[in-house]
Every structure is written in structure tokens, then in C-alpha cells.
Design a protein around this ligand. Structure first.
Ligand SMILES: [Mg+2]
Length: 121
């Protein structure tokens, strides 16, 4: 039987323990953590380079691409957790707040079925 996945705070705690066991906090300035989010996001984007949208979607459902996608998404996510921890906010709450704010910016009756930016709706 599989264990349930760790919560965001449990993951953050695991990450802090991983970092501190290696004495890496000294290298984790907030701006470097943010840079690392961008670098890892670029590795995620690189997976799609030179592929049509359909080809990539097909590949993403199968190995080995699904594993590579999992790993790069995890890298981005883990750095985001470190950014939030370092800056002292709850990333789950920030994400929930952002979904709520987007709901106000993009009301269903105006935004449904259109990719138009909120200021042009
Ligand atoms: Mg990576």
C-alpha cells in the first residue's frame, strides 16, 4: 500500500533537513534561490525544444519523457518551497490566494473560452 504524499510543510521540512545536513544554507541567498527557480524552469522548457505541441504531449504520457518531466517539475517546485521558506511565507496560502485573485480578474462570464488578458476583457 502506498503512503500518502507528504504535505507541503513536510516537504519543506525534508528539504531543510537535506540542506542543513550539507551546510548549504550559506549558499541559499534569496536571490540565488529565485535564480534557481528560473534555471530549473528553463530545464523544463528545454524538454519541449524543437517539438510540436502534439508530439510533446504524446511523449509526456510515456517514459522516458514522463520521468524527465517529473524531475524538472520537482526541481522547480522544490526551489519555490525554499524561496517561500526563506522569505517567510506559506506558499500553499499564497497559491490559494492567487487562485482567488485570478477568479476576480477573470470572471467566468467574461473569461470563459477566451485567452484574452484580464485588462482587455
Ligand atoms: Mg533540473
Amino acid at each position: 500500500m502506498n503512503q500518502p504524499p507528504p504535505t507541503t510543510s513536510e516537504l519543506t521540512q525534508q528539504l531543510i533537513e537535506f540542506r542543513d545536513a550539507r551546510d548549504w544554507r550559506q549558499f541559499h541567498a534569496l536571490k540565488d534561490l529565485i535564480l534557481s527557480v528560473s534555471l530549473e524552469a528553463s530545464e523544463l522548457v528545454e524538454l519541449t525544444q524543437w517539438k510540436s505541441a502534439q508530439k510533446f504531449e504524446d511523449e509526456a504520457l510515456e517514459e522516458p519523457m514522463q520521468q524527465r518531466l517529473r524531475e524538472e517539475c520537482a526541481d522547480v517546485y522544490l526551489y519555490l518551497l525554499l524561496v517561500a521558506e526563506r522569505a517567510g511565507f506559506d506558499i500553499q496560502q499564497a497559491a490559494a490566494d492567487k487562485i482567488k485573485a485570478n477568479g476576480v480578474k477573470y470572471p467566468v462570464e467574461k473569461a470563459r473560452g477566451t485567452p484574452t488578458k484580464y485588462d482587455k476583457l
